[in-house]
Design a protein around this ligand. Structure first.
Ligand SMILES: C[S@@+](CC[C@H](N)C(=O)[O-])C[C@H]1O[C@@H](n2cnc3c(N)ncnc32)[C@H](O)[C@@H]1O
Length: 225
């Protein structure tokens, strides 16, 4: 498991420019805007400071007004810093922050690349203030997009071959185990994955079949039911 996770980080380091440049292609821009449209309303009204774990090249962090990012890779954070995001090096399961620090924490298409998603969620819960908000952006395995990415991974895709996608139900369970209660969600990408992407509406809720889902969960206060 560890070796696979390290290979994922290595891939993001080796191919940082390629990963980042894809968002400037016509297809990449459409997908980025759809995903941002799902994520943005979930950050509305959240208190600072805001953290993104697995910040990568910082496109979402910059667009969402996230103050600080964290990533174990070296090359993508250089791009994030150029976008004005402060980035620390580290892993999501050992966050270098005190308990109860952040009003909001984002994990955007990152849980599928970490070796220990439950450990990352537990530490994110620790650094969130009680009542703070965790926003998770994910590609559900039980969607055409999740199945397509997994298939590309099996065929040797440089990034997806290091991912372990999980179903929407598995994400709900992981959030509950981490002491976070789902409060809001948005879903998009109901179109087929292998056609040229087009704009489409973002729907409210965690809708089965969506290729991208954004979940907002609130950290329960200690001792909450
Ligand atoms: C698909 S990229 C997502 C980057 C950014 N969130 C975005 O959506 O553009 C996944 C990121 O997770 C990072 N990552 C991998 N293992 C990690 C870990 N254990 N803790 C935190 N981040 C990790 C990778 O280095 C990579 O930058």
């Amino acid at each position: 498991m560890r070796a696979k996770a390290n290979r994922a980080v290595q891939a993001f380091d080796d191919l940082a420019d390629r990963y980042d440049a894809w968002s400037d292609t016509a297809s990449g821009r459409v997908l980025f805007d759809l995903e941002l449209g799902a994520l943005r309303p979930l950050f509305a009204g959240t208190a600072g400071p805001r953290l993104e774990v697995g910040v990568g090249s910082g496109r979402f962090a910059a667009a969402l007004g996230i103050d600080v990012g964290l990533d174990p890779a070296e090359a993508p954070p250089r791009l994030a810093r150029a976008r004005g995001v402060r980035v620390l090096r580290g892993v999501g399961s050992q966050l270098p922050f005190a308990d109860d620090t952040f009003g909001a924490v984002a994990l955007i298409v990152t849980l599928c690349f970490v070796e220990n998603p439950a450990g990352v969620l537990a530490d994110v819960g620790r650094v969130l203030r009680p009542g703070g908000r965790l926003v998770v952006g994910l590609v559900p395995l039980d969607s055409a997009w999740g199945r397509s990415y997994e298939e590309k991974g099996r065929a040797g895709h440089p990034f997806y071959s290091h991912a372990r996608f999980q179903t929407l139900a598995e994400h709900h369970l992981m959030l509950a185990v981490a002491g976070c209660r789902l409060v809001e969600a948005r879903s998009t990408l109901f179109q087929a994955p292998n056609d040229e992407p087009v704009a489409e509406p973002v729907r409210s809720g965690a809708v089965a079949g969506a290729g991208f889902v954004a979940l907002a969960a609130q950290r329960e206060s200690a001792g909450a039911d």
